[in-house]
Write a new protein. Structure first.
Length: 244
């Protein structure tokens, strides 16, 4: 499979045009992935544009690609949105990376009541870190669309989402199984998966979400870590909705 790179310049490029990679992307292409002249590669803008091309020049500071084909990949519908509670260590970052590789369409960091990690004054730094992880994971997975990482959410934000989306809260004590409800929606509303932190979602949060119309669902008889629950749920939804 051809190596894939991301550049905003892909958006306006057509067949026969030259797209120039510079900065970190050129260094990654030439010095890390070691692309060579005449090698086939693919390029994207992260917003649906997908280009086939051939390398015509390659140095660590600049890689030139001649476009040989262009397609525009439509955005997935309905979207799968992951609401990932902040977690200690790198567990939330691992969750975000794997969710991107598996096909999630948007990610929302959640400051849950039981989140050990607290962004507070460092929210912008945290968002920048998650967005960088998502970009690299999407590039590695050859995705035409890079998932959006939204601003940090509070409980009130999640409650508001329940009015116009299918909100599924992953809760080990729930009666309903995700496999039983995954294929039940037949409209284009977002499917929002809510994953709690290490200590689980607090009872008052579960009550508020349920009162707003969210459904509590469980994955099975075992309790997964916050770093793996979202990935498992995305896999179930992708299979049930025909993405896979």
């Amino acid at each position: 499979m051809a190596l894939h790179f991301v550049t905003d310049d892909a958006a306006a490029a057509g067949i026969g045009d030259a797209v120039v990679l510079t900065g970190p992307e050129a260094h990654h292409a030439a010095a890390v992935r070691r692309v060579r002249v005449d090698e086939a590669v693919t390029l994207g803008d992260g917003r649906g544009v997908w280009l086939d091309g051939v390398v015509t020049a390659a140095t660590p500071k600049q890689v030139d690609v001649r476009v040989t084909a262009r397609v525009e990949v439509p955005a997935p519908s309905p979207r799968i949105v992951l609401v990932q509670a902040l977690a200690k260590g790198d567990r939330d970052e691992l969750a975000v990376q794997v969710a991107t590789e598996l096909g999630v369409d948007a990610i929302v960091p959640w400051q849950a009541a039981r989140s050990v990690s607290r962004w507070d004054a460092k929210a912008e730094k945290g968002l920048a870190r998650w967005r960088a992880i998502v970009r690299e994971a999407a590039k590695q997975a050859h995705r035409a669309w890079i998932p959006e990482v939204e601003g940090i959410a509070r409980l009130s934000d999640l409650v508001a989402r329940a009015g116009d989306a299918h909100v599924l809260v992953l809760e080990p004590s729930a009666v309903e199984r995700l496999t039983a409800v995954a294929s039940g929606s037949s409209d284009d509303r977002d499917v929002v998966l809510v994953v709690g932190p290490e200590g689980g979602i607090a009872p008052e949060e579960l009550a508020a979400l349920r009162a707003a119309g969210a459904r509590l669902v469980r994955l099975g008889d075992t309790v997964l870590r916050t770093s793996t629950a979202g990935a498992a749920a995305i896999s179930v939804l992708s299979a049930a909705t025909g993405r896979w």
